[in-house]
Design a protein around this ligand. Structure first.
Ligand SMILES: C[S@@+](CC[C@H](N)C(=O)[O-])C[C@H]1O[C@@H](n2cnc3c(N)ncnc32)[C@H](O)[C@@H]1O
Length: 300
């Protein structure tokens, strides 16, 4: 990967734009024939690593449907441009009520285009659904949101992604991570970026201790390499799962400081130390040996 990272048309909390080059550097020397992501989110990591073959999965069907439509050619740059221009004009003239009209329309009958519109005009550019599975992010209060330059930017992102998808053999699946991990093969490389426990809780991102434990056991018994990104600590707290689940013989960890630009206010204002954890040795000066505290050992 050279130059700035390729930016996908979708924004989401926890997007790894800032980590893609580190992930790429770690994954590139590994010998694998298929890239597998159980939690692909915006897709930014795969879009930059650009493996020839990949399986990208997420339980959020709206994300998967959007990428499937770009892949099939149903959602082209031209279609996105027409849609965002005309919907953007309605937003400009009607303001807030129009945003909520589209949100209601999407929740009644979801389409990838309405999803794109909402994702790019909602507050903070997050993807959040309530417990009934309804998109519930409020309006960003920018009636001129879809000005020509912004529509062109999004349209170019759709075009770039469509170009990548034409040259690769990728599948997009709506599925739980357990199913994805169970289907991994010895020559796969799994990159896992789960929701952060207790940080962003919603319909598609609720993440329990049981999920984290199942993930640790699923990754720990994979027949192939994996790389996990999770949060390590910020100035207020540390991720207890690092010691409890991720510091074990055969796992390696590298720490990196990372700023989030979308997400909750705590994430926005403070740097986060991110942990990259793998089942193969990680090179570089930031490598730290996993150390189990007495307390963590007693808790097992
Ligand atoms: C931190 S985000 C991934 C961000 C992504 N790496 C990026 O850079 O955009 C976590 C993703 O996991 C998905 N997810 C949550 N629970 C899941 C589960 N049980 N199985 C699969 N995906 C899940 C969410 O929908 C969300 O898109």
């Amino acid at each position: 990967m050279s130059g700035p990272p390729l930016v996908p048309p979708l924004k989401c909390q926890g997007i790894k734009t800032k980590l893609v080059s580190a992930i790429q550097k770690i994954a590139q020397p590994r010998d694998y024939s298929r890239w597998v992501e159980p939690f692909c989110g915006s897709g930014v990591v795969a879009l930059n690593v650009q493996p020839k073959k990949a399986m990208l999965c997420d339980t959020n069907l709206h994300i998967i449907n959007l990428y499937r439509d770009i892949q099939s050619g149903k959602l082209t740059a031209a279609v996105a441009k027409d849609f965002l221009t005309s919907e953007g004009e309605k937003l400009k003239s009607q303001g807030e009520p129009y945003y909520y009209e589209v949100r209601t329309r999407f929740n009644a009958a979801p389409t990838p285009l309405d999803f794109l519109f909402l994702n790019r005009s909602c507050f903070n550019g997050v993807i959040r659904f309530n417990r009934k599975g309804q998109f519930n992010v409020p309006y960003c209060h920018k009636p001129e949101r879809f000005a020509q330059a912004y529509v062109t930017k999004i349209t170019n992102q759709v075009r770039q992604i469509a170009q990548v998808l034409r040259t690769v053999d990728w599948t997009f699946e709506v599925q739980d991570f357990r199913q994805t991990l169970a289907s991994a093969q010895p020559d796969d490389f799994v990159y896992a970026d789960p929701p952060y426990a207790g940080r962003h809780v919603d319909y598609f991102n609720s993440w329990s201790d049981e999920d984290e434990t199942a993930l640790a056991s699923g990754l720990g018994s994979l027949p192939c390499d994996f790389l996990l990104s999770t949060w390590h600590s910020n100035e207020f707290r540390s991720n207890t799962a690092i010691e409890l689940l991720w510091s074990r013989p055969g796992f390696y960890m590298q720490k990196r400081e990372h700023f989030y630009h979308v997400g909750s206010s705590e994430d926005l204002r403070h740097p986060m130390i991110e942990a990259l954890i793998s089942n193969f040795a990680l090179e570089g000066e930031e490598v730290v040996a996993p150390v189990r505290s007495q307390q963590a050992l007693l808790a097992l």
